[in-house]
Design a protein around this ligand. Sequence first.
Ligand code: NAG
Ligand code: NAG
Ligand code: NAG
Length: 598
Amino acid sequence: MPRVRTRHIAICAVILLWVYYFLPRDEAFTYVYDYGHGASHGSTVAVARYMNDPEFIPLIIATQSSFDWSSVNFTYPPKLTPKLPATFTKRPRIQHKFKRDSRNVAAVQEQRRLEVKRVFEKSWTSYRSRAWMKDALKPISGEYVDQFSGWAATLVDSLDTLWMMGMRDEFYEAVAAVSTIDFGESTTATVNTFESCIRYLGGLIAAYDLSGHEVLKTKAIEVGDLLYAGFNTKDGMPVDFIHFEDAKRGVGLIVESQVVSASPGTITLEFSRLSQITGDDKYYAAVSRLMDVFYQGQNDTQLPGMWPMYVSMSKQDVVSGYQFSIGGNADSLYEYLPKAYALLGSVDASSKKYEIMSRTFMDTAERHLFFRPMIPGNEDILISGNVDILEDGPTLDPESEHLSCFIGGLYALGGRLFNSKKYLDTGAKLARGCAYAYRSFPTGIMPERYNMVLCPGPDPRKPCAWDEEHYTTAAAERVQYKSYLPKGFTTAKDPRYILRPEAIESVFILWRITGDAVWRETAWEMFQAVVNATDTRYANAAIMDVNVIGSKQEDYMESFWMAETLKYFYLCFADPDLISLDDFVLNTEAHPFRLSKK
Ligand SMILES: *[C@@H]1O[C@H](CO)[C@@H](O)[C@H](O)[C@H]1NC(C)=O
Ligand SMILES: *[C@@H]1O[C@H](CO)[C@@H](O)[C@H](O)[C@H]1NC(C)=O
Ligand SMILES: *[C@@H]1O[C@H](CO)[C@@H](O)[C@H](O)[C@H]1NC(C)=O
């Protein structure tokens, strides 16, 4: 449908003049959305009249993708049960009952909120002018890169942040651009299920849940059906990478022999919410059957209650491996269990498993993964480590990473969902652990991956006094030890900070759940440190070494900077009713899905 640009421009001009001519001459004015900076497919200009009405929704019509993913004829048609269950009749309360801030405090928070927005606007403006419709902006050179199939990942990922920050013009301009994304073509021969699910499907669903704009639902269904085609396999288990052309032809896809557990484990929220929105049970049924495999295997692993980092969906083997972590590769498998419970409730057998899996893994991780490191002060913190099953049983390695920092917020959420003070306390200690790690390094930011020292004694959660000799000995055993590391840390194995959100994510959730103002102060400290170190001419960049003030930067800014990191910072200083945790559950890319009331 694309073709002649000049003719388009002419038609647009005519429409514009026409609309302008008929406009009532009061405060109404014309909105024109023309993204035209190289949209790959189609062209839509939405013209709308805005009558000073914040509820106003402009007319934007989706351009259908060049392939209709709902028309695929499956070699292995997935089963259509279980059906989507009814959710909670009465939800457990999640958020703290906030009182109004005093006028002075409110003024400070308002200033902070605007400062976060200013930083976001800078990134967004650069993306818009230099990388529009591309997956990511390169924040130093101002160039761009496509790394997620070329469907404008940063744009889709940022939609709901634009909405939350009240940037309605920019939001609808972006929606108009979304209306032309062609999910029938990909820049790569295979499409990553996990990344497409959390960024594209998650981003579209959330933007739809917030704005109600039908274009977003239409496009969410297109991506949803594309990902659903990844379940066209002999046993109905999803592939990790969808071979694009094979998937279109409906030939059976071959499931990989080994994948990281987070890949198949991070579809539940998106598919369940898509079923809720569309009334079509097929997405829920597919992912529920997948999660049954995890449910059945949960107590048969080498660390019963948790799953190994690598699993085989082709053999439906989620029990054999020996490495356990809630960090990278596994993280969102765990994250999605309590959150699925929040979204789906626990009223029928198919949804009840999320509650059972949640409680079971939370008890196991608490017992085996978390430790109080040996530190010079007496902060009440916990860090999440890794467990390997060796000959003499589970062995805790006090290594952690930025990705693990989501776990504090998740335990706090679990504390509310399952009415457990213990989970909530553990969550606060874990979140404090990450804040402690941020504060410990000269830049005020924690490294991507690091090691600390276990307290001697049988219970690694029990605090111990600082013992210089013990620390020095432990540090000497680490080849990556550097004498300039902050005391308590024995490595900064990967000293980068790549704009990740997990620490501020937990701080945000603790703030909303406890209402303790200390979390907001922590958030502000972290924000200043992050912006200070990552600011570039165009936006914000990853840094090479958190040990070095003025560290070299890398020409790299993933879409999660605007989708997650800045969103969480913003929400820490905004009105607590904005994206209340009693109304929304956030996916692993910080996209809020509305909790249906019934
Ligand atoms: C699926 O089969 C129907 C009926 O034979 C056909 O019309 C349709 O084009 C097929 N879909 C695809 C994607 O080939
Ligand atoms: C796994 O063990 C927990 C108790 O530790 C139990 O509640 C749960 O039902 C078990 N899961 C299965 C599938 O048997
Ligand atoms: C930013 O970094 C500089 C050193 O490069 C430091 O002097 C300053 O205090 C930092 N500002 C904030 C807000 O952290």
